[in-house]
Design a protein around this ligand. Structure first.
Ligand code: NAD
Length: 252
């Protein structure tokens, strides 16, 4: 028996990295998974891999900044599977770090458009479908950057992840009445393509690891296991909370 048997999940940013790991794990645990991204070729490859293993997963084009895309994806999910139980707002971007004085307003807006507005739009359009399904679980991927370790963070990225953190609590507080839970996950440095963008060279990466007590990066699978807990009924009394998965980074 899978931990997500009978459940239907939407995952954003699922073509690679943590989102792909979550799509694989959710399908393995019995969920029917709709996962979206703007990287269509990579997304279809992940879809084929999951289906080959017998999982029920479908890749869709989803730009999280597009309200029309979210409306289409939620509608198609309901048409296909008849319900929506889980939303993982995972898609995000990072940009190379510069100081506040050197960051352009356009860059700031671009980061917020994807990382913060994308989470809002996904939540907005999933709530009615979840309510109609009798409730659900929303898991928003923030970061340790949304809590602290501020000295090392890219300013716009960190602020957008702080927005995700508090937006999760607002969602939890205002939609408990609908049977909808909402929690945030706060990964430390995780070995994905995103980290390669954030830390251009080995020296920068080594510097970052000095602030991780476990002295290593985490894997996408280690995050997916935490997301699975929050998505599943194992966390039935957990809402508005923060799950930090970071090798101890936030404690430094
Ligand atoms: N890697 C880390 O060190 C780290 C640390 C803390 C938090 N996070 C967070 O974890 C989540 C997953 O990141 P990852 O590490 O897997 O990075 P990643 O770059 O491998 O994956 C992010 C995915 O989001 C997709 N995406 C970007 N813009 C999109 C858009 N407009 N619409 C739809 N999809 C879009 C990308 O195409 C990509 O597939 C993100 O929210 C990220 O901020 C990552």
């Amino acid at each position: 028996m899978g931990r997500l048997d009978g459940k239907v999940a939407i995952i954003s940013g699922g073509a690679r990295g943590q989102g792909a790991a979550e799509a694989r794990l959710f399908a393995k645990e019995g969920a029917r998974v709709v996962f979206g991204d703007i990287r269509d070729d990579e997304g279809r490859q992940v879809e084929a891999e999951i289906q080959e293993l017998g999982g029920d997963a479908v890749y869709v084009h989803l730009d999280v900044t597009s309200e029309a895309d979210w409306q289409r994806v939620v509608r198609d999910t309901i048409d296909r599977y008849g319900r929506l139980d889980i939303l993982v707002n995972n898609a995000a971007i990072i940009i190379p770090r510069v100081g506040i004085e050197d960051r352009s307003g356009d860059d700031w807006d671009r980061v917020f458009e994807v990382n913060a507005k994308g989470v809002f739009l996904g939540t907005k359009h999933s709530i009615p479908a979840m309510r109609d399904s009798g409730g659900g679980s929303i898991v928003n991927i923030s970061s340790v950057a949304g809590i602290g370790q501020a000295y090392h963070q890219e300013p716009a990225y960190a602020a957008s992840k702080g927005a995700v953190r508090i937006f999760s609590k607002v969602t939890a507080a205002q939609h408990a009445k609908d049977g909808i839970r909402c929690n945030s996950v706060h990964p430390g440095p995780i070995d994905t393509e995103m980290l390669a963008t954030a830390f251009a060279d080995e020296e920068a990466k080594a510097e970052r690891l000095k602030r991780v007590p476990m002295q290593r990066m985490g894997s996408a699978d280690e995050i997916a296991k935490g997301v699975l807990y929050l998505a599943s009924d194992d966390s039935s009394y957990v809402t508005g909370s923060e799950l930090v998965i970071d090798g101890g980074a936030i404690s430094m």
